[in-house]
Design a protein. Structure first.
Length: 701
């Protein structure tokens, strides 16, 4: 009997017996689109691969959406580099800096002077870049977007598919679009009295900082070749300089496939119902094996995958809240859960714009992985965090080399990089240090959440150890004041110069927190604590303050008199919010004053999407519950959430997934609390207006 009760307790959310009607929560937040709107495109995906569609349910009008949420087809593995004709090397991106540590330290930076060093820095910033794998749409002129009528499109969150209805020249069309969970493939079903031809187009990459990655005027620079045909399938090989990948198109029903030009192919179907699958892979053998073992999929296939995802993870229900903003907060949270699952759950850390379009050339930023991925552990999907965190094993050799060449022990994690872990030159990013503790913090979240399946969190022990080893070596002992300091770095706020910055507050608290966690990892493995780490934990410099306000750094005594000092990220708030409270590091009264000053005076127009959840988490830990909610819902441009759930920033970053991930991180904390918090929903006001119900969330450290 006890075993039965234990089984019921453990598996209650999985089998759907939980008190929250999860399907109802999702359904009432399904995005609806009724017009051609470049900021309202919808996506399907599996975490490794995503496909974004316009109001027709396919990628019929990519030009119309190019400056909105572009119609991307992107993957973890799809990357390209332009030919390195000058044989430029990463060594040529290095410049020596003297931070008073008794040696010259080489950093990979952008270089202004003309010559090979500048060319090398530019080359390795641009290359490699993420590929747009190709568009699939109805074969209509781009100007025909104005002729699409009676649009009725819904993203069915519970089933993970997009249902689209529209009319064109008097004919009604119904389209269902989904992505396979176990292959990088688009599945679509079209119903119509008169079928439209489908067009498959393949671009050359642009290598631009922020765009859809599609250059359509470079046909001679790449090839698309039919390398196999079946009765209802065709295999294409794409060759773009040194990059090769394959595309397998299969269909049900009668249809004619033909090549129109070098990189344009049409599939002309017959009959009232037609379905197809388009699968992408770096290896044609993988396509062939998948095709042998799997019949042509239908849009029904992904539903079981999505039902499991929604049932096994956390959920928050705001339906019993009386605050009029609760409905909007629930919408943002639910859509962020979906976007994280399709855009951020791959084998590499995600880029800010995920698998939709390129920002920073499609590369990912390791200081952002906390905002993207911590939420997976807190929301009951630790296996999805484990996927991307495992990439650090591949990056370790390069991280070790960065530390070695600068004279440090252990692993120094790069900032802006790619699947090969090549450090992208940056005059800011190469001096950031707040990405260093992320590996330790995220591994600790995985340990607390418990991994499902065969993966064992203890595999991260070596990386935790070597990451802490670098952190301990980077902290300098100040003998005059018997303390450890952090300098020769750029703070998370990114407005302070590396040459003069000393003891930024978030970094100080993060060093303290992560070294404590690293010691606990050693103890759990039966190892002795490292004496040096304990010495740093005891003696790391406290957060500098003046006039009962924490400073942006100890080296910035005039923080609140200089406008540039209260622009960008209010990272000081992360020292008690994102991180556990440590009385040896943070004085709650001073932090409360600082929070209020930031709230009243910060240049909020110069903030980013994750600044709002960071502010909310600080407010929650301080007991400022109303301010925590208000922070999540501040009516500012960079805190805007579009109809599809994307966190809009500006004309360059029309979506920003760290904002979505940060929102989920804060919401979990405000519901499930943190170590030492009291009661349920400690981050929400307890005045009766926020009767929040939730399941499956874990508290933060």
């Amino acid at each position: 009997m006890k075993q039965l009760l234990l089984f019921i307790t453990i598996f209650l959310p999985v089998v759907g017996l939980a008190k929250i009607d999860r399907r109802q929560v999702l359904t009432r937040n399904n995005p609806h689109v009724n017009a051609i709107d470049s900021l309202a495109s919808l996506s399907v995906g599996n975490g490794h691969f995503a496909f974004t569609v316009d109001a027709t349910g396919l990628q019929t009008f990519p030009e119309a959406y190019r400056n909105g949420i572009p119609l991307g087809t992107m993957s973890d593995w799809g990357w390209h580099s332009f030919p390195n004709k000058q044989q430029l090397t990463t060594q040529e991106t290095l410049r020596l800096y003297d931070f008073g540590r008794g040696r010259q330290e080489p950093y990979a930076v952008q270089i202004k002077e003309d010559g090979r060093k500048k060319d090398a820095a530019n080359y390795y910033r641009v290359n490699p870049h993420r590929l747009h794998l190709g568009t699939i749409g109805f074969d209509l002129p781009q100007g025909a977007a104005a002729d699409i009528q009676d649009i009725d499109q819904t993203l069915e969150l519970w089933d993970g598919l997009v249902k689209s209805r529209f009319a064109y020249r008097g004919v009604s069309y119904e389209v269902e679009t989904a992505c396979l969970p176990d292959a990088d493939a688009v599945v679509a079903k079209v119903k119509a009295a008169k079928q439209l031809p489908l067009v498959f187009r393949f671009p050359y990459p642009t290598g631009v900082h922020s765009d859809d990655g599609c250059r359509w005027d470079a046909d001679p620079l790449h090839t698309t070749t039919i390398v196999g045909r079946g009765r209802q399938s065709v295999l294409l090989r794409r060759v773009i300089d040194a990059t090769t990948y394959y595309v397998r198109i299969s269909w049900q029903g009668k249809a004619k496939f033909q090549q129109q030009s070098a990189h344009r192919f049409t599939l002309i179907p017959r009959g009232r119902e037609f379905s197809f699958v388009c699968q992408y892979a770096a290896d044609d053998k993988a396509l062939a094996e998948y095709g042998k073992s799997n019949p042509l999929p239908t849009t029904d296939m992904p539903k079981d995958y999505w039902h499991r995802y929604w049932n096994e993870g956390g959920i928050i229900d705001f339906s019993k809240c009386t605050d009029p903003r609760a409905r909007e907060l629930e919408r943002r949270i639910v859509l962020s859960q979906y976007l994280m699952a399709i855009q951020d759950a791959g084998d590499t850390p995600p880029q800010e714009t995920g698998l939709t379009y390129n920002s920073w050339f499609g590369k990912f930023h390791l200081e952002m992985i906390l905002w993207h991925q911590a939420q997976f552990a807190l929301w009951g999907h630790p296996e999805l965090l484990d996927r991307s965190l495992s990439w650090y094993f591949k990056a370790a050799s390069n991280a070790r080399e960065i530390a070695r060449r600068q004279g440090f022990k252990g692993l120094r994690w790069m900032k802006m990089t790619d699947p090969g872990a090549v450090e992208a030159p940056s005059s800011v990013g190469s001096f950031l240090i707040w990405q260093q503790p992320h590996l330790i913090y995220l591994a600790e979240l995985l340990r607390r959440a418990g991994l499902k399946g065969t993966s064992d969190v203890s595999k991260y022990s070596g990386l935790v150890e070597q990451t802490a080893e670098f952190m301990a070596d980077f902290a300098e002992y100040d003998a005059l004041n018997d303390r450890y300091v952090l300098r020769g770095c750029i703070a998370a706020q990114e407005t302070l110069p590396a040459a003069t910055t000393v003891n930024p507050p978030f970094e100080l608290s993060y060093w303290h927190c992560a070294l404590l966690m690293a010691q606990q990892w050693r103890e759990r493995e039966g190892k002795r604590r490292v004496p040096l780490w304990d010495d740093i934990i005891r003696k790391i410099a406290p957060l500098a303050h003046k006039d009962s306000l924490y400073l942006a750094a100890e080296s910035e005594p005039n923080t609140y008199q200089t406008l540039r000092m209260y622009s960008d990220h209010p990272a000081v708030l992360g020292a008690m919010g994102v991180l556990p409270f440590s009385r040896s590091q943070v004085n709650p009264a001073i932090m409360r004053n600082t929070l209020q000053w930031v709230w009243d005076n910060w240049n909020w127009d110069k903030t980013w999407g994750w600044d709002f959840p960071m502010t909310a988490m600080c407010a929650a830990r301080l007991g400022e519950r109303q301010k925590a909610v208000d922070a999540l819902l501040l009516p500012l441009r960079t805190n805007t959430y579009l109809v599809n759930g994307h966190n809009y920033q500006d004309q360059r970053l029309r979506l920003y997934l760290p904002g979505n991930g940060g929102l989920l991180m804060a919401a979990a904390m405000m519901c499930a609390g943190w170590d030492g918090s009291q009661g349920r929903n400690p981050g929400f006001p307890n005045d009766g207006t926020w009767n929040v119900e939730w399941e499956g969330l874990l508290p933060m450290p």
